[in-house]
Design a binder for this molecule. Structure first.
Ligand SMILES: NC(=O)c1ccc[n+]([C@@H]2O[C@H](COP(=O)([O-])OP(=O)(O)OC[C@H]3O[C@@H](n4cnc5c(N)ncnc54)[C@H](O)[C@@H]3O)[C@@H](O)[C@H]2O)c1
Length: 287
């Protein structure tokens, strides 16, 4: 049985553990948190998952490493030094980082050629995407291996040609979220109405066609060229930017709409995951 070391048992690490274990891997899950055994018992019951307090011990004998620890560069440096020392020369060390460049994580590491980003979207066990991002020194064999591992797990791995801060998914998300905040701050729309607007339009569209495919269809039989010359040519307005000093009113509005706390969080996650499973099923992508 192939063995994966998953380092960090937070929101993302537990998602990875479910995915790899269901995919037939023996999972070594490392986290110093005192409730790790409880997490394995409660959230990963019936799956082949063993708990470790030390990342290095979990990585001994691993065929693949998926790191999902805290998002701080100094921490990743320390952790990847431990992982590099504990693994063979051909073992990929993939970081789940949302924002740190793989070259920065690999800086000074003897294993720089096998360090890369395997960035999931939350929830990691359900969302198909994994962005696979090379650093300056990452070798092609490591990229090929990562693509193969994620594909075999049933994911949709997308290989970036080179690194850029935020990669692609989070850059797109940042533009979109900034504009959503700006529109609420400007008093154009309520936060909850904006969410309904997106679910009833762009969210549904983008689950079926991507932006470029959508633009091509939006232009009719003449495709994107017609869209650009017609509707696109009039979209020349300035879109503004959010005001960081006015975030309080946005937070208040979102809090009032959805609430916070353990119970609300659990309800929100369950509703989100149920709907995500149904959409994947309808699209035939829940294999
Ligand atoms: N939360 C998201 O939406 C999301 C999405 C995609 C990627 N990511 C990335 O995934 C990574 C983890 O994020 P998260 O949201 O799961 O964070 P989290 O805070 O929920 O979990 C991090 C875990 O790392 C553990 N940890 C601390 N020191 C450790 C050590 N020495 N060895 C092993 N584990 C240790 C912590 O105890 C904690 O359980 C980050 O790099 C983040 O950027 C997060």
């Amino acid at each position: 049985m192939a063995r994966v070391a998953i380092v960090g048992a937070g929101v993302i690490g537990v998602g990875w553990a479910k995915l790899f274990a269901r995919g037939g891997w023996a999972v070594a899950l490392a986290d110093p948190r005192p409730d790790l055994e409880q997490i394995v018992h409660d959230d990963l019951s019936g799956l082949s998952v063993t708990a470790y307090a030390q990342a290095g011990a979990a990585a001994e004998g691993a065929d693949y490493v998926q790191e999902a620890g805290p998002e701080r560069l100094e921490f990743k440096h320390r952790l990847f030094a431990e992982l590099a020392a504990a693994t063979g020369d051909d073992v990929v060390l993939a970081s789940s980082s949302s924002s740190l460049l793989p070259s920065a994580i690999a800086h000074g590491s003897p294993a720089a050629d096998r360090i890369l980003i395997g960035h999931p979207f939350n929830p990691a066990d359900l969302m198909p995407l994994v962005e696979v991002v090379p650093g300056e020194q990452t070798c092609d064999a490591a990229m090929d291996r990562a693509m193969e591992v994620y594909r075999d797990l049933g994911k949709t791995p997308i290989r970036l040609k080179r690194e850029i801060p935020g990669f692609v998914g989070n850059r797109l998300q940042k533009v979109f979220n900034d504009q959503a905040i700006y529109l609420v701050q400007q008093g154009i729309i309520a936060a909850e109405d904006l969410d309904d607007l997106v679910k009833a339009s762009l969210g549904l569209r983008w689950a079926t066609v991507g932006p470029f495919e959508g633009m091509n269809l939006g232009g009719g039989p003449a495709g994107i060229r017609h869209l650009m010359e017609n509707v696109g040519s009039q979209m020349t307005f300035d879109i503004g930017a959010p005001d960081s000093s006015k975030m309080g009113m946005v937070v208040q509005e979102v809090d009032a709409a959805y609430g916070t706390g353990e119970q609300k969080y659990e309800q929100g996650v369950t509703a989100r995951d149920d709907k995500t499973r149904k959409i994947l099923h309808a699209l035939g992508e829940d294999s």
